[in-house]
Design a protein around this ligand. Structure first.
Ligand SMILES: NC(=O)c1ccc[n+]([C@@H]2O[C@H](COP(=O)([O-])OP(=O)(O)OC[C@H]3O[C@@H](n4cnc5c(N)ncnc54)[C@H](O)[C@@H]3O)[C@@H](O)[C@H]2O)c1
Length: 268
């Protein structure tokens, strides 16, 4: 390959999302922030959405300062009206939507399933599962307007390799896996691919859910690391790289895939 061609390939791979518009939920911090940063870094205009307005605005301002085309909308992903307004705002600002990343989610306090309050069970399914349905209701028509697109959902390796005391959470992510695969069959004829990532544990604010507010800490980290064959937790950038791949044309023949981003946890 001559030098000019190598240069051209580099340029195109650096801007896989030039001209594309992405919506990322749960984008104020953790995986969502890394995903938004990665998609924006590769050329996408990005709408960040989160229930945490202050943090979401800060994150979006940081991205914009680095040159990203980005907006922020306060959204509770369990509410249809919020998602409708998010899609309207994004289309108004950027002209349409090509990529929808349903990433927002959280974990209840770690407890045996039979001791988990019913309200906690219901809320987990509203935020982690209903949000994917509502994302489809309000997002698919927008993707269709562009002649196709991509949906990427953040599930969890817990969907396929559950740990004890997180059963409702893991079941909610199992539902995300099945929603992903089912929706992929429905949308393939319309030129919309639907995939998911299954991350292993990462030291984000998410960890305060199972512990009842405490950060992970050194001891907790060591316990988790010992269960992951590659010997470390996931980093937000690991997840962002996988989401960017699934959202890109590099994965144009992949749909219904739930990609384990897990350092081998599922086989360890
Ligand atoms: N961190 C982990 O160990 C881990 C592992 C596997 C999967 N996940 C999943 O990854 C996703 C991102 O988690 P994270 O680790 O980045 O955690 P995080 O807490 O850093 O980020 C989650 C974001 O979602 C937002 N959010 C929560 N409820 C919301 C709602 N109702 N509406 C809108 N936004 C809401 C939060 O404000 C937060 O900014 C979640 O779906 C989580 O279940 C996390």
């Amino acid at each position: 390959m001559d030098d000019a061609k190598i240069g051209a390939n580099l340029a195109s791979s650096e801007a896989r999302f030039a001209g594309k518009v992405a919506v990322v939920t749960g984008a104020a911090g953790g995986f969502g922030r890394a995903i938004a940063r990665r998609l924006a870094g590769e050329g996408a205009a990005v709408a960040l959405a989160d229930i945490d307005s202050a943090k979401g605005k800060r994150t979006t301002a940081q991205l914009a300062k680095r040159g990203a085309t980005a907006l922020f909308k306060t959204v509770d992903v369990s509410r249809g009206d919020d998602l409708r307004r998010l899609m309207e705002r994004t289309c108004g600002a950027f002209g349409g939507i090509d990529i929808l990343v349903n990433n927002a989610g959280y974990c209840h306090r770690a407890k045996p399933l039979w001791e988990l309050p019913e309200a906690d069970y219901d809320r987990i399914f509203e935020v982690n599962v209903k949000s994917v349905y509502l994302g489809a209701v309000h997002g698919v028509p927008r993707l269709l307007e562009r002649g196709g697109g991509v949906i990427v959902n953040t599930a969890s390796i817990g969907a396929v390799r559950p740990r004890p005391r997180l059963t409702a959470y893991n079941a909610s992510k199992g539902a995300v896996v099945t929603l992903t695969r089912g929706l992929a069959t429905e949308l393939a004829p319309h030129g919309i691919r639907v995939n998911a990532v299954n991350p292993v544990a990462a030291d984000t604010d998410f960890m305060k859910g199972p512990s009842g507010g405490r950060p992970l800490g050194e001891k907790g980290r060591e316990i988790l690391e010992a269960t992951i064959p590659l010997g470390r937790l996931a980093e937000p950038d690991d997840v962002a790289a996988a989401v960017a791949y699934l959202a890109s044309d590099d994965a144009s023949f992949l749909t219904g895939v739930c990609l384990d981003v897990d350092g081998g946890r599922s086989i360890g």
